[in-house]
Ligand binder design. Sequence first.
Ligand code: AHR
Length: 499
Amino acid sequence: MAQNPGPHKASLVIRADQPKGVINRNIYGQFAEHLGRLIYEGLWVGEGSSIPNTRGIRNDVIAALKELRVPLLRWPGGCFADEYHWRDGIGPRDKRPKRPNASWGGVDTNAFGTHEFMDLAEMLGADAYINGNIGSGTPQEMMEWIEYMTSDSDSTLANLRRQNGREKPWKVPYFAVGNETWGCGGNMRPEYYADLYRQYATFVKEHSGNRIQKLAVGSHDDNYNWTEVLMREAARHMDGLSLHYYTLPTSDWARKGSATEFGEKEWHATLVRTLRIDEFISKHSAIMDKYDPQKRVGLMVDEWGTWYDAEPGRDMGALYQQNTMRDAVVAGVNLNIFHKHADRVRMTNIAQMVNVLQAMILTDKGRMVMTPTYHVFRMYRAHQGATLIPTELSAPEYKLEQASVPSLSASASRDKDGRLHLSVVNLDPNRPAEVTATVAGSTVRGVTGEVLTAPAMNAMNTFDRPDTVKPAPFGGHKLQDNKLTLTVPPKSVVVLELQ
Ligand code: AHR
């Protein structure tokens, strides 16, 4: 009989005496592309729908998302951004043209356009992050879209917006000049895009006091040459440079692996791959440091998350996937890594909000379910905009075959009301961890918090069983003389307030 190896023993020092910079709340940003059933059905059902809605946007999804305090929302793509022409999506809906969605399939009715997106962002209380079209659009089209949205003047375009129902201009604090221009956004070389970026960015104009942070298309994975060229040629024209990284259980785009049918081998391989983002961020940041030692330009990880094979029988282009306890652990680990790099990483956008890739929410017509990833984002809200508190974690490795990952990941922060929060993720699906924690520079008198775990690695929430994976109060702590011992269950995400 196999011996029970018992808990991993780990130690953690929370350096409350050495606070660092701020964890930008935009690290908790989201992404909504015209893709599959994200916009149409997931968010927009139309005013005449039997699904309860406010001006066409479904009430159940909005209510759930509001709980996450979504700080900003990126739209309309993704690859779709470089085929989107904003004039198609304004004016009376029955007059809007229907266009093929060349990136993802089907026909877009354009029922959801600028006004509907801005309405959604306002309902959520989220900042608008608009992704402009460089691949098939002109600088003039980009310039005029910004004027339409943000000008309070008596110009023809500002008046067209008023005529279409919006008197006051909107705020557009973030605007990206293209998307993945090394791929679906135009298959460009970095030198060519750097020049084009400089040209287009010149026409991203500010109107009526609307301050815009201009974002350039950055690299993916370990394409460091792209970052080098963009920073060398265009850093002074940008406020942010993006980075995209998707976690696949395999590294093979043709056979990514199943979202739900997997064993420990795939669990472990997924964690090995997701942790690589730490190295990618460090190395892209080091290149950025060379050209921008003051760290003025943010590294915006505006697409990240898991990407699995489509379920058999489902539309491959819709990128719909289920979400399990594995995704929750991936989310927790990535958020902890983003915190650590908060000095350079100012924004991230998980891909994507509803029904696409590592979604917060899944819908089936009128039904809705919150995913394990949703719960992690809700539990981690406490870190938004808080001050990063460094952590020193010493934990054994979780090994499988020849590969190994740390068994634990941790992050801490202090919010503006002085409350100290700690998030701990146990990556090992079999062994609990016993963590001895001390807080330097602070006394802990009590602990409250939540744990997200489940009996199976592939536990998920379905429309029939929506609460299989949900947070529960955390009871695994002992506190004696400012020394805290935490018992963190296998495959779990824990967020605590240390009082
Ligand atoms: O998120 C899905 C797609 O992944 C986006 O449209 C694109 O930018 C990326 O390749």
